[in-house]
Write a protein that binds this ligand. Structure first.
Ligand SMILES: NC(=O)c1ccc[n+]([C@@H]2O[C@H](COP(=O)([O-])OP(=O)(O)OC[C@H]3O[C@@H](n4cnc5c(N)ncnc54)[C@H](OP(=O)(O)O)[C@@H]3O)[C@@H](O)[C@H]2O)c1
Length: 235
């Protein structure tokens, strides 16, 4: 079985790579930094690449997956959270950068994979509750994840032989949450209160446990309509 996962150096993507390696899969990982724990594994194949370099992505990915006939699963996990602040204080350049990583990089990946790989069975884009909540302060991140949901919906109509899903993974105790935990503006951005309360509890598992939850959900979402948005907390 072959899986391609973006963002394997840390966080959820790293947990997912470990999960599928343990299950005996061939894992193709992409991120800017390497991860020594994964690199040592004979079934881990790695492409060091910045997904915001949109022009270079197509050629690099095409070469990386040249010999792959089938991807049983593609997990578009790499993502960035920009500074929490109001949208009216967020410059277009910042929004564009977040969109490049969280949305357009994924579009390029899907375009190459659907063109080049003979069998592409399932694509899961890691979305967020922020794609639908409209929480104050989540500016470009919310915009990017909402667009990602629609990107996946649209592709599902074009490629009916592939199952697509945009999946919110729930809260995960990664570097992203460390940044949010240290912010002070809880009155202005009330979701921060909820996140701080969840840290250290079962509502915010660490990457390894989150990967197990997400991998289980990835199997379950196959029975839902292709192209839909799902949340692991509601499945
Ligand atoms: N943590 C949460 O509570 C939470 C909640 C909802 C949704 N999510 C979503 O879950 C996914 C994983 O988040 P996480 O919490 O695990 O974050 P994380 O620990 O910050 O990991 C993000 C991963 O994405 C990669 N990445 C970032 N920018 C990249 C770029 N330009 N090119 C290539 N790779 C890039 C990073 O690798 P390099 O830095 O090595 O490139 C890293 O491996 C994201 O899509 C996030 O939006 C997280």
């Amino acid at each position: 079985m072959n899986v391609l996962i973006t963002g394997t150096s840390t966080g959820l993507g790293n947990g997912l790579a470990q999960y599928y390696l343990k299950a005996g899969w061939q894992v193709y990982g992409i991120s800017r930094k390497t991860s020594t724990d994964l690199e040592a594994h004979p079934q881990f194949h790695f492409l060091a690449h910045d997904l915001s370099s949109l022009e270079a992505t197509a050629d690099k990915l095409a070469a990386f997956v040249e010999l792959v006939d089938t991807f049983d699963l593609v997990i578009l996990n790499a993502g960035i959270l920009n500074e929490i602040k109001d949208l009216h204080n967020t410059r277009l350049e910042e929004i564009k950068h977040v969109m490049d990583v969280n949305v357009w990089g994924n579009k390029v990946l899907i375009d190459v994979l659907t063109e080049q790989v003979n069998h592409l069975k399932q694509v899961v884009a890691i979305s967020s509750g922020a794609s639908v909540s409209g929480a104050r302060g989540w500016n470009a991140y919310s915009l990017s994840k909402a667009t990602l949901n629609m990107l996946i919906n649209l592709y599902s109509k074009e490629f009916p032989e592939t199952h697509f899903c945009a999946l919110a993974p729930g809260l995960i105790d990664t570097g992203m949450q460390d940044y949010l935990y240290n912010l002070k503006e809880e009155e202005k951005f009330p979701v921060l209160k909820k996140l701080k309360k969840a840290k250290g509890t079962s509502q915010m598992p660490r990457s390894k446990e989150a990967a197990r939850i997400v991998a289980t959900a990835i199997e379950q979402v196959r029975s839902f309509e292709s192209g839909s948005f799902q949340d692991v907390r509601k499945i």
